[in-house]
Design a protein around this ligand. Structure first.
Ligand code: PLP
Length: 288
């Protein structure tokens, strides 16, 4: 079951116009959130990022914070699930194929897929990453902080990573510094301190913000600063964060082991802290 423009209906019956600007021009914004036990993790932070993305590209969001929450919970309820990744897309709308000027109102589409399964095994093994040739956008082209539908660089990046047998791509920015993954933010550990690339070159991940907070609360040395690509090979630990990956160790980069090739102690402690944070979700937010 999906949500489309005010209605919950079977995916096979959902009809989107051939002239929708999301389809024609990648003209829209989106968010992916995760529900645990019926409650959406960091719902307010995701909504704030969606509001910012929409404002930056001048798409009027046709719902407020309560509407946002209502749509997500309607999709969960319609599918009878409590644990899922939910994606909500807002396009500029349909009505005329003239770029930038649809006549219709924004299109709102939301659907879910079950949360990734088998995580404990994958987490222990960690994922592999490849440093790809595709570069991220810079603020001079399109602010990478906007979660827009124009996702072609990320698509090309992950395809290149897969070609090289890796699970995730690491992209550099236009100046040759490490930026982020195709669907994740990257963290590394050097000399026992946690470092992640600064905002401005990346999509500021909601999970990244939580992990930064957890790392600071744990008294770790934390820095948001540029990372030269050449330093990645010397990292004691690498991990990615994201709504889907949560906190996932990167145990191999371009075929070489990171550290001893197993999830490191800081990654382990931050993942444990992240799981504890998720567990508190039901203390401060009522389940659907
Ligand atoms: N960076 C990019 C390019 C992404 O697409 C995503 C998530 O989709 C992230 C980072 C992680 O963001 P979040 O933690 O909000 O899921």
């Amino acid at each position: 079951m999906v949500y489309l423009n005010g209605k919950t209906l079977p995916a096979g019956e959902a009809r989107i116009s051939p002239f929708d600007h999301g389809l024609l021009f990648g003209d829209g914004v989106f968010e992916t959130v995760r529900a645990y036990g019926g409650a959406v993790f960091q719902s307010d932070a995701h909504f704030r990022r969606l509001v910012r993305s929409a404002r930056m590209v001048d798409i009027p969001l046709p719902f407020d914070a309560a509407g946002w929450s209502d749509i997500l919970h309607r999709v969960l309820a319609a599918n009878g699930v409590t644990d899922a990744l939910l994606r909500l897309t807002v396009t500029r709308g349909a009505g005329t194929p003239r770029m930038g000027k649809p006549e219709g109102p924004p299109t709102v589409l939301a659907f879910l897929r079950p949360s990734p399964q088998g995580e404990p095994v994958e987490w222990e093994r960690g994922i592999t990453a490849a440093l790809v040739d595709v570069r991220t956008r810079s603020g001079a082209t399109l602010d990478p902080g906007i979660k827009s539908l124009s996702f072609m660089s990320n698509v090309l990046a992950i395809r290149q990573a897969w070609e090289r047998g890796a699970d995730e791509a690491i992209l550099l920015n236009g100046r040759g510094f490490v930026a982020e993954g195709s669907v994740s933010n990257l963290f590394g550990v050097w000399d026992g301190g946690v470092v992640t690339p600064p905002e401005g070159d990346i999509l500021p991940g909601v999970t990244r913000a939580v992990v930064l907070d957890l790392a600071r609360s744990a008294g770790l040395s934390v820095a948001e600063k540029p990372i030269a690509a050449g330093r990645l090979g010397a990292a004691q630990e690498l991990f990615v964060t994201g709504t889907g990956w949560e906190v996932m160790p990167v145990t191999h980069l371009d075929g070489a082991a990171v550290g001893d090739g197993r999830p490191g102690p800081i990654t382990r402690s931050l993942y444990a802290a992240f799981c504890r944070r998720v567990a508190t979700l039901h203390e401060d937010q009522p389940a659907a």
